[in-house]
Design a protein around this ligand. Sequence first.
Ligand SMILES: *Cc1c(COP(=O)(O)O)cnc(C)c1O
Length: 294
Amino acid sequence: MDVPAGLAGSASSPAACVPSPIEEVRDERLGAVRLLLKRDDLIHPEISGNKWRKLKYNPRSGRVLTFGGAYSNHIRAVAAAGAAYGFETIGVIRGEEHLPLNPSLAYAVGRGMRLTYLDRTAYRRKHTPEVIDALRVEFGDFHLLPEGGSNAAAVRGCAEIPPELDTQLDGGYDLVCCPVGTGGTLAGIAAGLPPGREAVGFSVLKGGEFLTGEVARLQREALGRVTGGWRVECGFHFGGYARSTPELEAFASDFAVRHGLLLDRIYVAKMMYGVYALARDLAPGTVVVAVITG
Ligand SMILES: *Cc1c(COP(=O)(O)O)cnc(C)c1O
């Protein structure tokens, strides 16, 4: 697939760093398991990680409307992409407006995004025709990106991760791990896996069992079928979305000291904790790739 013109980089927006680099983590706690980090957090200074991949094949002209919470990484990424590639953006935010805006929303507005708000009841119905029609009346026609940016185009963007690994590692890996919020990233990674490899996603949501169905739905939308060789681990949510525990904080601080990498607390730290836990049960010599999604 060709890189859309907007993503190739321009005077006002730097070219993206793909394939993203791979680094090895040396840590005696992993025993004979090898852990490699796929540094998608280094892809782009403002549209980091999986958000860049998810936006790559979505339309990037005209007007894009999307949804998110007040601290959403997706909202930030869409606003940054709009500014970098020159399309209009509208963010529909869950809940009431609070002024002054928090740093995430202030950043989005700084990148030219227009914000509007839906109360929690209306937000739950955000993908219904009534709500969408009302938004079209208010903002005119737009390309709608679902919450978290997960759609068929996003799955295709994330499906490019395994082919990069195949090239960079000459196929020498067994398991690819990523965090799961809405499931688009895992759906894509699993879709791109060569035979014999596996993908494990770690739910950052409490009660993440429904995500298996979401990943399957997204694969069906993108590929017309559901692939095998993947699963969602639901035991590493640490209390739920944006929640944490002293144990997770201690793990992430220690990881930063040992390896010089500050893990994103909402997503990546939970996956990494899960990877270390899983590593105890893996055969010696297993090569695990953890995707640093942001
Ligand atoms: C948005 C985000 C995710 C979640 O990805 P999904 O495709 O929604 O599962 C994971 N990691 C980071 C860093 C993110 O910002």
